[in-house]
Design a protein around this ligand. Structure first.
Ligand code: SF4
Ligand code: SF4
Length: 346
């Protein structure tokens, strides 16, 4: 597979060269906040930022998305008929995605792309997306990716992995999709010593992730006993139900579908939603099966660390990015909940 290097000063130009064949998303700074955004609006990418506030899940699962349009005007013969809204399904590239966020896409696929059900919007975008990842030289203090089956230079979910070697950026194609994208970016063939420096960098960065978050006993525990565990009220005590943890999480996939009508013209829209919101489970009857914040916080952690574990038998629904820890205004820390759940004995 192709491995190319670029002078650091040429990297942004190499990314810009992709725009001939791809819609490109990359980290973009706005004041103190860095988030992924499409570069077509003239934004300048920032590849120095350590962690974006939100994950780049919006590349496949936009925060808000029109699905259908319709008219309710009674003099229109097509009144009330849902019409699909045209979608941009051209190739797109997410440049600078971190390996944990790419890994999250493979977990989220279990919701959107199954044998029984395929979400056409998500699947189409996934098929059209090339993931050009950037390894994490300096994992953050809240990162615990190595505890949950991924890591700062994990290649498993990427099409290209980029190493920031200081003066140069080295890009290694990992798939055919990655090779096709990399071939548009220029660069020169990487030397053996550069590839060796990349391997050393990856090993050192992996060793820097200090957190050792336990999950080894989760599969063997009883769902009902964990559900009834006495610690949920204490875990949830400070929660504001703000949803920052869920919206910032690369593995949270919940959404709500609403109809918005203005002057007789309607749109059916899908929006991110959050299990931390009291409205999320409120029935039309007014009954709410998760009517307390303790029940909602329990649901979030039980889904990630127990229901998912029992259903798929290959780990937790979390890639250890630490964003929910960074975002929570009352310092609710999923690493502590891992410990509480993993160690629980009735
Ligand atoms: S639960 Fe928290 S640490 Fe895990 S993937 Fe989501 S935001 Fe990251
Ligand atoms: S970010 Fe913290 S306070 Fe907000 S909903 Fe999540 S756990 Fe609750």
């Amino acid at each position: 597979m192709m491995v190319k290097t670029f002078k650091k000063s040429e990297w942004t130009g190499a990314v810009a060269a992709l725009s001939g064949g791809y819609r490109v998303m990359a980290p973009v700074r706005s004041g103190e906040v860095v988030n992924f955004d499409w570069l077509e609006n003239g934004a300048t990418p920032d590849f120095e930022a350590k962690k974006t506030r939100l994950s780049p899940k919006q590349a496949l699962f936009p925060q808000s998305e029109r699905m259908f349009a319709y008219t309710l005007k009674t003099d229109d013969p097509e009144a009330g008929i849902l019409k699909p809204v045209p979608k941009a399904d051209s190739p797109q590239a997410v440049v600078g995605i971190r390996p944990c966020d790419a890994k999250a896409i493979t977990l989220v696929a279990r919701n959107f792309d199954t044998d029984e059900y395929k979400d056409p919007y998500w699947v189409s975008r996934r098929d059209n997306t090339t993931l050009i990842g950037l390894g994490c030289n300096k994992p953050g203090s809240t990162c615990f990716c190595t505890s949950v089956g991924t890591g700062p230079f994990d290649q498993s979910a990427l099409d290209v992995l980029v190493y920031d070697l200081g003066e140069t950026m080295m890009a290694k194609a990992l798939t055919q999709k990655g090779e096709a994208a990399l071939s548009k970016m220029g660069g020169v063939d990487a030397k053996a010593e550069e590839q060796s420096a990349g391997d050393t960098l990856a090993a050192e960065a992996t060793a820097k992730v200090k957190a050792n978050v336990p999950s080894d006993k989760l599969a063997g525990l009883s769902q009902t006993e964990l559900f009834d565990a006495p610690f949920w009220d204490e875990v949830a005590a400070g929660c504001l139900n703000c949803g920052a943890c869920t919206y910032s999480c690369p593995t949270c996939w919940c959404f709500d579908i609403q109809d918005e009508v203005k002057k007789g013209e309607g749109d059916r829209i899908r929006n991110w939603d959050a299990c931390m919101s009291p409205l999320f489970t409120k029935h039309a009857s007014g009954h709410n099966p998760r009517d307390t914040k303790s029940k909602r916080v329990r649901q979030r952690f039980m889904h990630k660390l127990k229901y998912y574990v029992d259903r798929y038998h290959d780990g937790v629904l979390c890639v250890g990015c630490g964003r929910c820890i960074d975002a929570c205004p009352v310092n609710i820390d999923i690493r502590r909940v891992f410990e509480l759940m993993n160690a629980y004995q009735k």
